[in-house]
Design a binder for this molecule. Structure first.
Ligand SMILES: [Mn+2]
Length: 332
């Protein structure tokens, strides 16, 4: 699945490191946080010193994960890290300040499953056939000499369940289920994880959806989009930078070819894209300076919101027109 030389190189870097900084992406989702804690559990098992970092901290629904309390929003610049492990990050900017503020950046092991990954690491373990970074780690850990424990299994199954939306996305295959089955045998509780990591949401998320649904629009090309400004987001009591699943809900509407949800946060605007086969939103996100997967992607834009909206909506419509033309061509 991944090049054995890369795995050997990663093992060498980890073996020789004294102080490891593990970073997952800003605006973390379940795969990000569970990959982070899984890597922490693995490094602890290997007897390594490590720090787990994410600029935005970890959503409280993941508090059942081991090492959850150790996830830091700020990295101490006085600590001399000699290795960075980046998890679930499609490009360097996704590591945020946790990496950007390091006084002297050490080598990076880039572990990721995004098709748009820029291979920014000194060692890149990137496989977009994996439906989650957690699934990639599941395959990687044995080669690093890490044993599968109940704690580790709980982390990894959380990543698998959340990134596949409960085994429902098109990339899910028999291998995904073999992985999940092994993790359950090792002690992970699928029902508990599905309920806590995927299904249960705070009321603030529902209020955010309410605001978004209130002014959603369906364009001619099937681009179903909405935008939520700072005031509405704050009124909802919502603190995350993702749409809390709204963008997924919109993509599943029959008349939609693609969904987009824009959320304003200060002078930044976060946009998430989703679609269904045969369409792809990976290229659209790349063109906006972001990245992701064929069916799920996103980008961070400059505000103000109305400017981001007109840019995103016009680019999304044009992108669907192009994809439709190509699909018609290939259909002969
Ligand atoms: Mn992921």
């Amino acid at each position: 699945m991944t090049d054995n030389r890369d795995v050997a190189a990663a093992k060498r870097l980890i073996d020789n490191a004294r102080e490891i900084l593990v970073i997952t992406h800003v605006g973390p989702d379940g795969d990000a946080i569970s990959s982070l804690t899984a890597t922490g559990v693995a490094l602890r098992q290997l007897g390594k010193r490590f720090t787990l970092a994410c600029d935005d901290g970890a959503p409280v629904r993941f508090e059942y994960l081991p090492l959850y309390e150790q996830i830091q929003r700020h990295v101490d610049p006085a600590v001399a890290y000699d290795l960075v492990i980046a998890l679930d990050c499609g490009d360097m900017s996704r590591m945020g300040q946790a990496y950007a503020n390091l006084p002297s950046p050490p080598p990076i092991i880039n572990i990721d499953h995004h098709v748009t990954n820029t291979r920014f690491g000194d060692v890149n373990i990137v496989n977009s056939d994996c439906t989650s970074a957690a699934e990639l780690l599941f395959h990687l850990f044995p080669a690093l000499g890490v044993r599968l424990t109940p704690e580790l299994a709980t982390c990894l199954l959380t990543g698998v369940v959340t990134d596949t939306l409960g085994f429902r996305i098109p990339g899910v295959n028999a291998e995904t289920f073999r992985t999940a089955s092994t993790l359950m045998e090792a002690g992970a509780d699928l029902g508990f994880i599905t309920l806590n990591a995927l299904l249960i949401k705070p009321m603030s998320t529902l209020r955010l959806w309410q605001a978004g649904l209130n002014h959603m629009r369906l364009e001619e090309e099937g681009v179903l989009w909405t935008a939520i400004d700072d005031r509405e987001r704050e009124a909802a009591g919502y603190t995350g930078s993702s749409s809390g699943g709204l963008v997924n809900m919109l993509a599943n509407i029959d008349e939609a070819t693609m969904s987009a949800v824009l959320i304003e946060e200060g002078d930044k605007v976060y946009v998430g894209f989703r679609c269904r086969p045969p369409y792809s939103v990976a290229e659209l996100a790349l063109n906006l300076g972001g990245g992701g997967h064929p069916l799920a992607s996103g980008a961070t834009l400059e505000g103000p919101l109305h400017k981001a909206v007109s840019l995103v909506v016009s680019m999304a419509r044009e992108n669907i027109r192009q994809q439709r033309a190509l699909l018609r061509e290939s259909a002969g």
